[in-house]
Design a protein around this ligand. Structure first.
Ligand SMILES: [Zn+2]
Length: 293
């Protein structure tokens, strides 16, 4: 297992990253949790439980976690919450939409087990619907719903500090794999809307820092605009190619394959490994569903 700890903003923020070193993975996928003044944002993956336990034990009095917020129910974010709650008595908070999903736990497909560990154990979380104040009262985090990557995803924004903890709601590049199975339902039009909402909400924040899960920290509000442009371009290209290829009378399946080839080279290796659960094809289909803007 790989654990990395780093600090941001004069050690006000501690980032704990975890990745599996399973040989089946083409490369390590990292997931991050962030600890700020006793508030832990997300909790890593089920496979990281032992490492997270050691991390919690290593914390000094000032750093001690007094609450944990789960941004969304994917196992690489909620994976340590069962242990934090049952072994350390740390209360787990989440949004209304996430609460029942967390209560159920999740036995996810094998390929995800290779990355994130055996299964998501049931979590008794509490709903929070007002801003989270940290233990020293120095930080106030607004709840900011960002659907698209997951219907229940809620980001946390500290307005005074200009920090946005967005989990998987902002991705480094939209060329990637896209989920379409029962519990990973992504929607590119909703991702776009959420980005646009984030851009509006952060108006005037000239030093905005966007903390992602496993993809580092993005600086500046302009990055949100760039992400939106990236999706707009992709959307335009997908629809243009679709119309162009349609004239040739290709089947829908062949059409999509041809668009992938033109725009993204070929299906990602993850697409093959997951038998289409997470694939570029899903991204193209989601773009095609999105009405031409
Ligand atoms: Zn996710």
């Amino acid at each position: 297992m790989v654990v990395r700890i780093s600090y941001h903003c004069n050690t006000q923020i501690l980032e704990w990253e975890w990745a599996s070193d399973n040989e089946l993975m083409p490369y390590p996928y990292f997931t991050s949790c962030y600890l700020i003044d006793g508030l832990l944002i997300d909790s890593g993956a089920p496979g990281g439980e032992n490492d997270l336990r050691e991390f919690v034990k290593s914390l000094n009095q000032d750093q001690m976690i007094d609450k944990c917020f789960i941004t969304h129910t994917h196992e690489d974010h909620a994976g340590g919450a069962h242990m934090l709650n049952t072994e350390f008595g740390i209360p787990i908070f989440t949004s209304q939409k996430a609460i029942d999903l967390l209560k159920k736990g999740n036995k996810y497909p094998e390929y995800r087990q290779a990355a994130w560990g055996p299964e998501l154990l049931p979590i008794n979380a509490r709903i929070i619907d007002k801003p989270i104040i940290t233990k020293s009262k120095n930080f106030k985090f607004e709840l900011f719903p960002m659907t698209g990557h997951a219907p229940e995803l809620v980001a946390l924004i500290e307005k005074t500090k200009q920090w946005a903890f967005v989990a998987d709601a902002v991705q480094p590049k939209y060329k990637m794999i896209f989920g379409k199975n029962s519990d990973i339902q992504e929607d590119i039009s909703l991702i776009y809307q959420s980005l646009s909402k984030l851009y509006d909400f952060t108006e005037g924040m000239d030093h905005l820092l966007i903390f992602s899960a496993g993809n580092g920290v993005m600086q500046g509000r302009e990055i949100i605009l760039k992400k939106m442009e990236e999706i707009e371009d992709l959307n335009k290209n997908v629809h243009d190619y679709y119309n162009q290829f349609q004239e040739n009378g290709y089947s829908e399946k062949k059409l999509i394959r041809k668009i992938i080839k033109k725009l993204l080279g070929r299906e990602s290796i993850i697409g093959q490994l997951t038998q289409g659960d997470l694939s570029r094809e899903n991204l193209i289909i989601s773009l095609l569903k999105w009405k031409k803007r």
